[in-house]
Design a protein around this ligand. Sequence first.
Ligand SMILES: [Zn+2]
Length: 86
Amino acid sequence: MAKQARVGRPPGSKTNEYRFIEEVPAACRVCGSTKLTVIDGYAPMITEGGGVRPDGREFVRVERRPKICECGQRYVVMAFIPPARS
Ligand SMILES: [Zn+2]
């Protein structure tokens, strides 16, 4: 069911700007580092379907993937994918 979708420019489009992808958490809650590294070997869990963040920003898809911090703390980071600007 999970359709793999690439983040970024679809092939063939020129300047398809994507707005800021918000990741939650964006930084480690233990040490504050923003250097969270994707843990290999896990397919991202993609939830199709959009909504609006509490701050009003729209998103069209949520991707969850496990990441690990420099300090060893692990997170499932949610990435809110904004709609492509048209
Ligand atoms: Zn950390």
